[in-house]
Design a protein around this ligand. Structure first.
Ligand SMILES: [Zn+2]
Length: 430
């Protein structure tokens, strides 16, 4: 029977750490429910002592458990790794293990099940909808996280993309992490612990769980074993997704995702002049916009309907006029949030396209160098090889750099169309 950690592909060290931490957390809870003498026995446990680094001194003596029912628990964790390595999968799995009634993350009990389904009352997930997570959202979250867990275990707050916190939101979080409520656990996900991603002060309060980029072979194996995808398709998708598990799964299953990728990989052979380069730029931007629009359309409509129901749209009773005045403001807020989410989705879609394109030029470069490494895109390997011969290593490298510079420019807030047009012209000129 697969447990909650089964989806963490190629992350044996991290899974080992998390399993042990979940077991220790369960011991902390058992100790809190026992009379003082037994609690002392648990407090002296080696594993628990190691876990308590961040809370040193808090777990001294049997009476401490009565005062601080979370003593011995590490209250803040950071999951780091490249996109697709499974940061949020790891955070959710650990949250489930913390809420598991067996303390193991069995995957089948109500605690595991509701956490993974996103319906556990004591697990909150902050996913960035806009380009950053604001201070208002963070303050509200910190406040709610301080309440007593309704299920009697832990209040868990998962912050995906903690690198997208605004500075003010980071400070609000820091306060909570510095003096965590006894039963609250914060799980942060970020690309790395570099100060640009996570502030040094927050980092110093957290235990870090580093995740690796899983190998294509490990990704292919999980797609075949868990998702029932044919082994040859799984291998192709795992290589094309460059270690990104979610992307590999989408490529293997979603014909539209495959079509979009095909269109991106057709770009290099279409660049025959300035006109075609600018056309290719337009096509890439518009494809990203269309993909983003499709990905947010459903949730936008559902949110709008839910808000209208909550506001009692069409009501005529006492207070309906006041409600309507207030609701205009709330609808405006919702539209603002949805617009910022759409922008994020567009950037993410464009970035995926650029990563695919970079893979093509990387294949051209390794082929020109006769490097003994497997191509990223097996289906365009012949084309990349022809490019590599024509351009020589220098030309392939210049093109690869043009794609990477485009990604960096967009990340630095250059208007996507301008960055992509510049890239296409560089790719054409070589
Ligand atoms: Zn369970």
């Amino acid at each position: 029977m697969p447990d909650v950690f089964a989806d963490l592909v190629g992350q044996d060290d991290a899974v080992d750490t998390l399993r042990r931490a979940a077991a220790s957390a369960a011991a902390v809870l058992r100790a809190a429910h026992l009379p003082a003498p037994s609690a002392t026995a648990v407090d002296s446990d080696d594993d628990l002592a190691a876990l308590a680094e961040a809370d040193e001194g808090a777990a001294d003596g049997g009476t401490a458990t009565a005062v601080d029912p979370g003593a011995g628990m590490t209250h803040a964790w950071i999951f780091t790794g490249p996109p697709g390595s499974g940061r949020s999968v790891a955070a959710r799995a650990f949250a489930a293990a913390l809420q598991c009634v067996h303390g193991t993350g069995c995957g089948t009990c109500p605690g595991c099940h509701t956490t993974l389904a996103g319906t556990h009352a004591d697990v909150r997930l902050v996913a960035p909808e806009g380009l950053s997570i604001g201070v208002g959202e963070m303050r509200a979250l910190v406040l709610r996280a301080a309440s007593t867990p309704s299920g009697g275990r832990w209040q868990v707050v998962i912050i995906e993309d903690a690198d997208r916190l605004t500075e003010a939101a980071g400070n609000a979080l820091l306060k909570a992490v510095e003096e965590p409520p006894p039963r609250t656990v914060f799980l942060l996900c970020a690309p790395s612990t570099h100060p640009e991603d996570v502030s040094v002060t927050i980092r110093s309060r957290c235990r870090v769980v580093p995740l690796r980029q899983p190998s294509a072979a490990a990704v292919a194996e999980v797609l075949a074993a868990r998702d029932g995808i044919a082994p040859d398709v799984a291998q192709w998708a795992a290589a094309a997704a460059q270690g990104h598990v979610g992307r590999a799964r989408r490529l293997a299953r979603d014909p539209e995702a495959r079509q979009r990728r095909d269109a991106v990989l057709a770009v290099p052979r279409r660049l025959t002049g300035v006109g075609t380069a600018l056309d290719a730029a337009s096509a890439l931007i518009e494809a990203a916009e269309a993909e983003a629009a499709a990905s947010v359309a459903e949730s936008d409509a559902a949110e709008r309907a839910a808000l209208q129901t909550a506001l009692g749209a069409g009501g005529t009773g006492r207070g309906a006029a006041g409600a309507t005045r207030g609701s205009a403001g709330q609808l405006k807020d919702l539209e603002k949030r949805q617009k910022s989410r759409a922008t994020r989705a567009q950037r993410d879609a464009l970035d995926r396209a650029l990563v695919d394109l970079a893979g093509f030029y990387r294949d051209a470069l390794t082929s020109a160098l006769r490097a003994p490494v497997a191509p990223v895109h097996t289906d365009t390997a012949a084309l990349a090889e022809a490019g590599g011969q024509k351009w020589a290593p220098e030309g392939a490298l210049r093109r690869l750099e043009a794609v990477l510079e485009c990604r960096a420019a967009i990340e630095a807030n250059v208007k996507p169309r301008i960055a992509v047009e510049a890239m296409m012209l560089s790719l054409w000129r070589g």
